[in-house]
Design a protein around this ligand. Sequence first.
Ligand code: GDP
Length: 455
Amino acid sequence: MDTHTIAAIATPQAAGGIGIIRISGAGALSVAERVFVPASGKSLTRSAGYRAYFGRVSHNGKDIDEAVCLVFRAPHSYTGEDVAEISLHGGLFVMQKALKAVIEAGARPAEAGEFTKRAFLNGKLDLSGAEAVMSLISAQNEQASQAALNALEGSLSREIKSAAGDIIAVAANIAAWVDYPDDDIEEISAERLIAVFTGVLERLEKLLSRFDSGQAVTEGVPAAIAGRPNVGKSTLMNLLTGYERSIVTPYAGTTRDVVEETVRVGNVVLRLSDTAGLHETDDPVESIGIGFAKKKLERASLILAVFDGSDELTQEDIKLLEFCSKRPSVAIINKTDIAQRIDVNLISSYINKTVEISAATGEGLSELCDAVEQTLGTDAFDPSSAMLATERQRDCCRRAAGYLDEAIAAVESCMTLDAVNVCADACIDALLQLTGEKAGEAVVNEVFARFCVGK
Ligand code: GDP
């Protein structure tokens, strides 16, 4: 591990009330001392940890700013190394000048995520904890930040370690029995093996099934508004975004481009596309829009299918209902503020989540939020329970579950305990890759490369 002292601006690259330069490594305090002079005249290199000093940052004999320097001593710091954090007045020019001084004093610029990577390599947090730091930074709502904080505090690692622990205990028992046939080690019964493997498998499957609703809350899901021209898709889009975005006209087929917006619907973030209608057309420009719309619909994790309640269902509506019946969708019967002619029962026979709204007046919006949450399963989302937060974690969990399936099949088909243990070992490896205990360097580097500099 590269232990050279590193430094970076830890606050956003913009003007602010305070900006922080973080320095970490064995030489952090001597580097800090070369640029920062405490007003008290005390020495930073001889300072104990958890101390704050008021003083001045200067470079080549010229004062840059007044500042406060926090001192952390290894291992009691974010990275587990000696750390100095210098808080200055946050102007970008001043911050960059101070960082230049720190670099000239002997630190090298930190790479993206390098502070957190060092925290990981020094055992301050595991890989899923590091990913939780990333989720916390990008959290856009209360539930997402709660879930990230719980992960940071170890909810996922505890669950994974406990699952791995169960398998390790069994694998150790099998290995001892196979390797030391003369010793008096009790042979583990097939029933016991199956019970342990299925118990852990169920726990992993629960984590996997919560992944999608977790993603919906934290990352947002791709969703599309669909419906024939003039049913009120653009009006609905404008209602959800809170401002005029799509062109609303009383003429059919006026929404030609796919308009995309990120909107919050209840607790869910939708990356929503407003699409052109799916009708047949001779207009070449319009037909390009319809092509895009179809692709969007096929890729969407949720379809909001809009129907005009004041009109009877058309062939095009039925086509859309058939398309949606096999996919997660909510049927939205719009224009409840005027006389209704639509066959609601026919709609519910295709899509069981149906809500009646008026996109023009906003009536029915909270019912729509509930329907979206129920369809995506986020209404039961509990941010305090362990949750897989990244595709990488899901992939490890899926592989571990796959090896357990194989282990169970091996026991059931009376294969040798050696064969069973190969599957159990592979399962343990996948779980330890998830927490980072067995992750290769390439995986670790990839996780941290997605961080920002200074974190
Ligand atoms: P799109 O083609 O599906 O995007 O439909 P628009 O949003 O452009 O709306 C078509 C027409 O229906 C416009 O004249 C809207 O004002 C009208 N409209 C949309 N929603 C409602 C509603 O809830 N109630 C009533 N009365 N009219 C609506």
